[in-house]
Design a protein around this ligand. Structure first.
Ligand SMILES: C[S@@+](CC[C@H](N)C(=O)[O-])C[C@H]1O[C@@H](n2cnc3c(N)ncnc32)[C@H](O)[C@@H]1O
Length: 371
């Protein structure tokens, strides 16, 4: 990525690594933010800087000399940032603030990549208010096609007067001047729902998948989870709010269950949901099952994502299937749900050598395979 502030190109990689080689680890909204700062001499030498939602560390790399704090809900983003700083021989690891915490600040300048979810954006902006110095500026960048008008309205109502830039290479910036006196919008309501067929109520933080209702693929998979009294070892990769893990604990009360997710707020919500239901399930932030040794599980379940940020693709699903294969005991089973057109069956056949369709509706298919 070309960086006019330093007059050099940074070498940046995405995570997972073995992705479609045509995908870049940055977008022109990152480049526009860097260009804007370069042209306006930002940040000032003594300013404290916060970078929010940096996808793979493009901004952290370009602003590493400013000792910026980084705030992100993604472990993959954190890992990619560390790798990219190392690759570019930038030794100073910035302070990483996970998405389920609030930075302490105070900050003079915030560079924020617009997140996919407006609820997530609103939650972040409301939290930011408490950590901005008087006169602080929040500059938000996004690709025009992924930046709804509502995002700019949220900046205006949560931070202060906001002006938008001209479009540049399909990206746009919005520059909000912090107004400490501004009367705030009511704010986000907490969201919870009952999980059909189970005595479970699921609460969800702003950035958690299926925040407002259970995912329809998950709903189909829930009907095909096994029931057992055996002391099984079970994993749920990409557990979100814990819907599948918690349902499994009810169906298999003697099982030891691990749910992992790369989103800090997903794991926070899953832990809250387990506490509330008084169910003993272990939820950990992880990249798939990176921290689990091989041949650990009798069963792995998974409802894989079919996009990473706004990029549609099966790179994350493939990582999840590979980790399931590595961590299943011989004879252990992987149970997944996916949109029928995504071609997961071929992938599982390639990895496991067998794959059975055990349920299908108009859109989704539940697949089972054995290690
Ligand atoms: C389709 S959602 C399913 C969530 C939940 N299992 C459900 O059924 O509602 C996929 C989940 O995978 C998580 N995820 C994405 N990449 C991941 C990774 N590399 N490791 C762990 N979790 C990941 C996302 O944060 C998201 O919560």
């Amino acid at each position: 990525m070309r960086d006019p502030r330093h007059g050099r190109d940074w070498k940046l990689q995405r995570r997972p690594r073995d992705h479609d080689k045509s995908l870049r680890a940055w977008d022109t909204a990152d480049e526009y933010l860097i260009k804007h700062c370069h042209e306006n001499d930002l940040p000032a030498a003594d300013a404290s800087l916060l970078v929010v939602n940096d996808a793979f560390g493009a901004l952290a790399t370009a602003f590493s000399a400013q000792y910026a704090d980084l705030w992100s809900d993604s472990l993959l983003s954190k890992l990619a940032t560390v790798e990219n700083l190392q690759t570019n021989a930038l030794p100073d690891a910035p302070t990483f603030i996970p998405g389920d915490r609030t930075p302490t600040g105070p900050y003079d300048l915030v560079l924020l990549k617009l997140p996919k979810s407006l609820a997530h954006l609103e939650d972040q902006l409301l939290k930011l208010r408490g950590v901005l110095r008087p006169g602080a500026v929040v500059i938000a960048g996004g690709m025009i096609k992924h930046s709804p008008r509502r995002a700019y309205e949220l900046l205006e109502s949560c931070i202060g007067e906001t002006r938008t830039s001209l479009g540049w290479r399909k990206a746009r910036l919005a520059i909000a001047q912090f107004d400490a006196e501004r009367e705030l919008p009511v704010g986000l309501e907490s969201v919870e729902y009952k999980l059909e067929g189970f005595d479970l109520t699921l609460g969800n933080a702003a950035n958690v998948y299926a925040r407002e209702q259970v995912d329809i693929g998950t709903r189909l998979l829930l009907k095909h989870l096994p029931r057992s009294d055996a002391p099984l070892q079970i994993a749920d990769i990409g557990c979100g709010n814990g819907a599948l893990s918690l349902a499994l604990k009810i169906l298999c009360p003697n099982a030891e269950i691990l749910g992992t997710d790369e989103s800090y707020s997903a794991i926070g919500s899953a832990r809250d949901n387990a506490r509330r239901a008084d169910l003993d399930v272990n939820f950990e932030v992880d990249d798939c099952l990176w921290n689990t040794p091989a041949e650990s599980f009798d069963l792995v379940v998974c409802n894989p994502p079919f996009h990473q940020g706004s990029v549609v693709g099966d790179q994350l699903a493939w990582s999840m299937f590979c980790d399931a294969h590595r961590t299943l005991k011989p004879g252990g089973e992987l149970l997944i749900v996916g949109n029928a057109h995504l071609g997961y069956r071929e992938k599982l056949l390639r990895l496991f050598g067998d794959c059975e369709s055990i349920a299908q509706d108009l859109r989704f298919v539940v697949l089972k395979t054995t290690r």
